[in-house]
Design a protein around this ligand. Structure first.
Ligand code: HEM
Ligand SMILES: *[C@@H]1O[C@H](CO)[C@@H](O)[C@H](O)[C@H]1NC(C)=O
Ligand SMILES: *[C@@H]1O[C@H](CO)[C@@H](O)[C@H](O)[C@H]1NC(C)=O
Ligand SMILES: *[C@@H]1O[C@H](CO)[C@@H](O)[C@H](O)[C@H]1NC(C)=O
Ligand SMILES: *[C@@H]1O[C@H](CO)[C@@H](O)[C@H](O)[C@H]1NC(C)=O
Length: 562
């Protein structure tokens, strides 16, 4: 009946086909109606203020229908395009990626807070392409997981990162730092010179990898031992991230197509080979450590190391059981998430201290004055304001990641912050109660670099590395205008926040502080001759010498007290 009405001329087709098609049409129409109904309910609910739609948003014209703005972004300094767009289009803008994909960038504290908040974080999962990347490399670990699977994993691992657990890990941080001191002293003894040029990035990588191995899994990668051959994992991880940093067209392809076409990750390539090589190697190590620990008479032990917690969770029937594959994925995730991130911040901090000799001197006085021996855990964790400020400022000024990606899993309304007049007002101007409507599937970018370097928030010297900004004004900003302060706090986004924020963030800070304090007590740092250092975007943003392809940070180092 209905089909006759809809398409009377199709009566030559078999009846059942027409019925089937009609059925599909009806279901489809109902779905559309339901979506429209829900959408209108959602929008009606927001009657308290105006609604901004994606079509209202400003943004750059797409320079290419094929690549969108991706090629431009790939060929400028990391994060530079975002800052340009921020200055031209304001805090909220959209731009095109490859194959027609589109992105919405939200440099808006309320929207970011909403997306990352515990109540809403699972409504905004990582985009499919990014999850596919983590799955290919690390398996179904915490970085990949969403929803209940994620909160369960997080609950199991949480205790390993408590401040009690950190206090007992701090000896490992010191051990790693002293291994470097000894290795460098050996280098000095072997040479007749009193100053040596050393690739600090390489040593920071070693510190970070050995530390995460020992702290997490009681596994010694041994990369800080100059007499041991380079650990194959270190070589593979470096090769992988360095190759993704070079300007090869295939790296660009993966980078830009992952959003519209996640399956790109399964296409064989060098990068792909490096990816699966590190994954296999991590899995091998995991299996080895896992078997060793299992073989012990009391595998649970009394410790709270990450591995012990995971082994406890492996017991079937325990409230939170994990399979062996899940444990392996978790261990790989922690190595991957904790290795390069921490290493590059150590390197950037030493670079900034080398180029700011007065601050280096003052910091050295602080970490030396407290006592003849090493600073205590308490000092490092909560004391030593200049050290804390140097770490904060380095995290602000050299963000490891440029942005956090999320996808709206359903139609959503994002609250926007009404900002006072003295803010640069370009683009849309939210007032009290303004919301942004994002339809299901919108890819959202939370721009860490804009949030951490906007002059509107950090003042006219935002583009300068200045740790004293943290001490004079604290994280809330004494000298800042009160009205600004309450709207857009001087806060770091680099560890993200909430239930999906970086689980290792105190671990990383404590490790960085321990390494800096120990190295400054033993060595002085200065820029190497004739080297200009610039950022290189690999998996994280690393330092590299201008004109070279690989990441490195040569600094001139002298021994103190000799
Ligand atoms: C300076 C160092 C570090 C920085 C800047 C950093 C930054 C971040 C950021 C931004 C995220 C959130 C990513 C997202 O949601 O899209 C994250 C997540 C994570 N980080 Fe870190 N991280 C650092 C060090 C570490 C360390 C040392 C560890 C482990 C020992 C670690 C383990 C993790 C894990 C497991 C997650 C996933 C958490 C989840 O999804 O629930 N990170 N990190
Ligand atoms: C609209 O608001 C009501 C109460 O304020 C809430 O129960 C309902 O879930 C909301 N609907 C939508 C679609 O958000
Ligand atoms: C894990 O525990 C749940 C109940 O807590 C149980 O249903 C499931 O079978 C267990 N899985 C394993 C692998 O032990
Ligand atoms: C560093 O930043 C954290 C939060 O991001 C803050 O709690 C801490 O007080 C800051 N340190 C200093 C010295 O301002
Ligand atoms: C703070 O902002 C208000 C306007 O919102 C302005 O009248 C006042 O002069 C500003 N104060 C400072 C210290 O900049």
């Amino acid at each position: 009946m209905l089909s006759q009405l809809l398409y009377p001329n199709l009566s030559f087709l078999p009846r059942f086909l027409v019925d089937l098609f009609t059925g599909f049409l009806i279901v489809y129409a109902l779905r559309l109606a339901l979506i429209a109904f829900n959408r209108s309910r959602l929008l009606r609910n927001a009657t308290t203020g105006p609604i901004v739609y994606l079509s209202n948003l400003p943004g750059p014209k797409s320079p290419s229908w094929l690549w969108g703005s991706e090629w431009e972004m790939y060929n400028t300094s990391p994060g530079q395009k975002y800052m340009e767009w921020y200055h031209t289009f304001g805090r909220i803008f959209k731009f095109k990626g490859a194959l027609g994909s589109s992105f919405v960038t939200l440099a808006d504290p309320s929207a970011i807070h909403h997306i990352l908040s515990p109540q809403h974080c699972y409504e905004f999962p990582k985009p499919e392409g990014e999850r596919q990347f983590f799955y290919t490399l690390l398996g179904k670990g915490m970085i990949w997981a969403e929803g209940l699977t994620h909160s369960r994993q997080r609950k199991i691992l949480g205790p390993a990162f408590s401040s009690g657990a950190l206090a007992s890990l701090s000896t490992i941080f010191f051990d790693s730092s002293y291994k470097v001191v000894r290795a460098w002293n050996t280098l000095f003894e072997q040479s007749s010179s009193d100053s040596l040029t050393i690739d600090v990035q390489r040593w920071a990588n070693h510190i970070s990898l050995d530390t995460i191995g020992l702290a997490g899994f009681s596994y010694d990668f041994g990369t800080l031992d100059p007499n041991r051959p380079q650990h194959p994992l270190a070589r593979t991880l470096d090769g992988f991230t360095d190759s993704s940093g070079t300007h090869s067209f295939s790296a660009f392809l993966v980078h830009s197509l992952i959003w519209a076409f996640p399956a790109i990750l399964r296409i064989p390539s060098n990068r792909q080979k490096a990816l699966s090589k590190s994954r296999n190697m991590l899995a091998e190590i995991t299996n080895k450590v896992w078997a060793e620990r299992k073989a012990l008479s009391n595998p649970q032990g009394s410790g709270k190391s990450i591995l012990e917690l995971l082994l406890k969770a492996e017991k079937p029937g325990s409230a939170s059981n994990l399979t062996k594959e899940q444990i392996a994925a978790e261990m790989m995730t922690l190595i991957f998430a904790g290795y390069e991130t921490t290493a590059t911040i150590i390197a950037w901090a030493l670079y900034e201290l080398a180029t700011h000799p007065e601050i280096q001197e003052e910091l050295r006085r602080q970490v030396t004055d407290i006592s003849l021996s090493d600073p205590s855990f308490e000092d490092l964790h909560n004391g030593l304001p200049l050290l804390s400020a140097v770490v904060n400022e380095t995290l602000r000024f050299h963000p490891t990641f440029m942005q956090i990606h999320r996808e709206a899993s359903k139609d959503s309304l994002l609250p926007l912050t009404p900002l006072p007049q003295e803010f640069t007002q370009t683009g849309i101007t939210p007032t009290t109660g303004t919301h942004l409507f994002v339809p299901k599937g919108t890819i959202l970018i939370l721009p860490i670099n804009i949030m951490q370097s906007s002059e509107d928030v950090w003042g006219p010297d935002a583009h300068i590395w200045n740790p004293y900004r943290w001490m004079d004004i604290g994280a809330t900003g004494k000298e800042a205008n009160e009205s600004k302060q309450t709207q857009w706090r001087k806060d770091l986004l680099i560890f993200s926040t909430g239930a999906r924020g970086c689980i290792g963030h105190n671990f990383a800070k404590l490790e960085i502080k321990t390494v800096l304090a120990t190295l400054l007590r033993n060595f002085a740092f200065a820029p190497a001759d004739n080297n200009e250092i610039e950022p290189l975007l690999s998996f994280v943003v690393r330092p590299k010498v201008k004109g070279e392809h690989r990441s490195s940070l040569p600094l001139k180092i002298t021994r103190l007290n000799y």
